[in-house]
Design a protein around this ligand. Structure first.
Ligand code: HEM
Length: 540
């Protein structure tokens, strides 16, 4: 009997995981016993030369294909199913690739803490390599001086508290713009993910190159950009036959490479035009330099400027520099927008589902911010309950439930099993976050588990039962910004408006897999102003 439901799948000829049953004739059993006895005899008398630990357990697959035909496209659900069968660590042979999936906090710790250095590489697939200008970004370059320098530059220059404080005004303006737009739509259903994305893309772009898209173009480009970014994320998460069978890669059977090139070119042209603006001082009708902004921020260069200055000191060819720069900008745009807007959507969906939690959040906002004021970033640390709500949403709906796979640069052992060099390690955080061994009533949305003891869990991966941003040297580089912007956007939406579902609409919380796991259907809800005067919504 197969416990994972594959027997109903499209592969009736599958023989994996089938177990011997009672029908085996007695004679066969006898032969088997003899064979086992003989083998044990041989084993005992074999000289113990080889003490390499065994490989992790895992489902058998088909010759050549391995487990690939049974994988499906919903990796996070499939990985959870298999964890129930095979336990804390298992392997999947997928064509020529070996995946190792880790499903327990203690084994996750062995990887991100005890052997962090060994597991500090990535194994970018074909789609990822295209999307990152040949793995020249922070997220996919191998550890080494190049990655370290980029990461250091990014974390110190852009993600420091001082830098983030200095560009608060840029975030504030973008949030306020959207709040006043939403005010005009009060009583009408709005797509929360779409509006959040507008805030995020403009904020991130403003922080990177101090300019934002103009007027009408802003919304149109924002929507187009969101489509492209989502498509790109989806492609990054699609299991691609070409990755598993390099000999077949030229066929591009699923068209992933073709689609990715198309998306990549669109984004590349977009980013290229921005870079040209900065390097050649050219104005581009798409971009509007914020007057006053550059004057008040004279001390602070935007990220692009910092990078361009730095470049003159090294000796890469100009072509390479251009591509490295664009790869990092791509990281920031993608890392910073789709993940965050997905999380805003999940939090809002859970709050609409759990009205008692929603009213506690709103109470807290009224208490701390007051109805005569808009939310400011300085309020955020005081919003303890909202912060617990956000953590709980990250537990149940981590945007990257398998993090970004890591690859060991040498063979090593984890949990008493051999992990071969070059295999892909998935930390199954979506599963660990719902493991009843770690969490009481794991399927319930209960922010109190975080507010009761706030120091027990943070977002920086110190508790291995909870790591929505990963942990160790490859932890999310954008965490400081993500934390601020997520809380700021949510607090602003929830303080400025009351939210309800359109009449007759059913809320559902299903998700679909890509590198970012998001709601299957966009969340649509109706805002109604709740602050004392309309002027508050108009003020910038
Ligand atoms: C809700 C928002 C976000 C979530 C859930 C998230 C999650 C993650 C996760 C799980 C990883 C992989 C960690 C690991 O391998 O252990 C990661 C890596 C990364 N993230 Fe984020 N992230 C978010 C926002 C951001 C933002 C705002 C930025 C940039 C401004 C960003 C930039 C990056 C980069 C550059 C890496 C690669 C780090 C490396 O490999 O060295 N992320 N993120």
């Amino acid at each position: 009997e197969m416990s994972n439901g594959d027997s109903n799948g499209p592969w009736p000829w599958s023989w994996h995981a089938k177990e011997a049953n009672d029908a085996i004739p007695r004679a066969t059993t006898t032969l088997l016993v003899i064979a086992i006895a003989a083998l044990s005899f041989l084993f005992l008398f074999r000289r113990r030369k080889n003490v390499t630990p065994p490989m992790p357990p895992g489902p058998r697959g088909l010759p050549f294909l391995g487990y690939l035909p049974f994988l499906g496209t919903d990796l996070h659900r499939k990985f959870a199913e298999l964890a129930e069968i095979y336990g804390p660590i298992y392997k999947l042979q997928l064509g020529g690739k070996l995946y190792i999936v880790v499903n327990s906090a203690s084994l996750a710790k062995e990887i991100v803490r005890d052997q962090d250095m060994t597991f500090a590489n990535r194994d970018p697939n074909i789609a990822t390599t295209i999307a990152t200008y040949g793995a020249r970004d922070i997220a996919f370059s191998s550890q080494g001086p190049y990655w370290r320098n980029l990461r250091k530059l990014f974390v110190r220059q852009m993600m420091s508290n001082a830098s983030l404080d200095m560009c608060y005004d840029l975030r504030r303006q973008e949030v306020r713009k959207v709040l006043s737009d939403l005010y005009k739509k009060s009583g009408l259903p709005v797509d929360i993910g779409k509006w959040t994305f507008v805030i995020l893309i403009n904020t991130v772009m403003a922080m990177m190159w101090g300019g934002t898209l103009k007027g009408e173009k802003r919304e149109a480009m924002g929507a187009e950009f969101q489509k492209m970014a989502s498509k790109l994320m989806e492609l990054l998460g699609t299991p691609n036959v070409s990755d598993f069978f390099p000999a077949l890669a030229w066929l591009d059977l699923q068209g992933v490479e073709r689609d990715m090139k198309r998306v990549h070119h669109w984004l590349d042209a977009f980013i290229q035009s921005v870079v040209e603006c900065a390097t050649q001082g050219r104005t581009n009708e798409m971009f509007e330099q914020k007057e006053g902004e550059s004057k008040t921020n004279e001390q602070k260069k935007d990220f692009l400027q910092i990078f361009l200055d730095l470049e003159t000191e090294d000796d890469q060819s100009p072509m390479d520099k251009n591509e490295a720069l664009k790869a990092i900008l791509r990281d920031i745009i993608l890392g910073g927008t789709d993940t965050t807007s997905t999380m805003v959507e999940w939090v809002m969906a859970e709050l609409l589902q759990n009205r008692n939690v929603m009213s506690k959040v709103v109470h807290e906002l009224t208490d701390i911010v007051g109805e005569d004021e808009m939310v400011e970033e300085h309020h955020l640390p005081k919003l303890k309950y909202l912060n617990a709500v956000i953590k709980e949403a990250f537990r149940l709906h981590p945007a990257l439930p398998l993090l970004i796979p890591r690859t060991p640069h040498a063979s090593c052992a984890v949990g008493g099993y051999t992990i071969p060099k070059g295999s892909n390690i998935f930390l199954n955080m979506g599963y660990i976050h719902k493991d009843p061994k770690n969490w009481d009533k794991p399927s319930e949305f209960r922010p109190e588990r975080f507010s009761e003891d706030p120091s027990k869990y943070d977002l920086s991966g110190n508790n291995f039962t909870y790591m929505p941003f990963g942990s160790g040297r490859r932890i999310c580089a954008g965490l400081p910004l993500a934390e601020r912007i997520l809380a700021y956007v949510l607090a602003s939406l929830l303080h400025s408006f009351e939210w309800e579902l359109p009449r007759g609409a059913e809320l559902e919380l299903s998700d679909k897999f890509g590198i970012v796991v998001k709601k299957t259907n966009p969340l649509v809800a109706i805002p109604r102003p709740r602050l004392s005067t309309p002027e508050l919504y108009m003020a910038r």
